[in-house]
Design a binder for this molecule. Structure first.
Ligand SMILES: [Mg+2]
Ligand SMILES: [Zn+2]
Length: 220
């Protein structure tokens, strides 16, 4: 019998063309100097993405209407919908894991008719249009102190369930799962990281590359 296959995709900068959270904070945080210091502390590993995101939300001067109009312009990788069709035809599980916010992932998946795809992300708390804070339903400091929603644990669970895990990502939050996945598709920062750490990976530019390379390796 053919092995069960799970394709795990990062969201920001992988499915969505931009890093939405990052770009949004860049636009709506008023104290830019403080924000840049915060990001620097995060980049060098002094604070976790949980601490960083909590602080960013606290510094935010926007409501959900502002967020809606910001994400309204967002585009997906032009081949992502075709890729989802391909996964469905082949009976591969496809799931999104994000250390960003559920709010815009949900919004955009619905907008592009892909609301059936499961995702796990951090939770933006809001009511009556006001942004109140952020919660971390998947936070697990036992496994990782650097992420808010560490993707490594989700990948390990899938492997324990017998899945061959294919990971597709571009950035910092993809470092933890990359080491534990069976096959890694990498671009941008994740690509440099995999090269540095000698993690086996396949470079990609878009989801058509992922489909083609995966099919070639699996002789579909
Ligand atoms: Mg990303
Ligand atoms: Zn982690």
């Amino acid at each position: 019998m053919r092995r069960k296959i799970a394709i795990i995709c990062d969201f920001d900068g992988t499915i969505a063309r931009r890093d939405i959270g990052h770009e949004f904070f860049g636009e709506y945080v008023s104290d830019k100097e403080r924000w840049k210091r915060l990001l620097n502390e995060w980049k060098i590993g002094l604070i976790s993405s949980r601490e960083c995101l909590t602080e960013e939300i606290a510094m935010l001067e926007a409501d959900t209407k502002g967020l809606d109009s910001f994400i309204e312009k967002e585009l997906f990788d032009p081949y992502f919908t075709d890729f989802v069709d391909f996964c469905n035809t082949q009976k591969y599980e496809i799931e999104i894991l994000s250390d960003g916010l559920d709010y815009y992932i949900d919004y955009l998946l619905m907008k592009f008719g892909l609301g059936f795809i499961g995702f796990k992300a951090n939770h933006l708390v809001h009511d009556n249009g006001e942004i109140r804070g952020v919660e971390f339903p998947y936070y697990n400091s036992m496994n990782c102190e650097m992420c808010g929603n560490c993707k490594r644990k989700h990948v390990e669970n899938l492997r324990e369930d017998g899945f061959l895990v294919v990971y597709v990502g571009n950035g910092y939050s993809d470092r933890c799962p990359a080491k534990y996945s069976d096959m890694v598709f990498a671009k941008a920062d994740l690509l440099s990281y995999c090269e540095d750490k000698k993690i086996e990976h396949i470079p990609f530019a878009n989801f058509r590359d992922v489909e083609r390379e995966f099919s070639a390796r699996y002789k579909i």
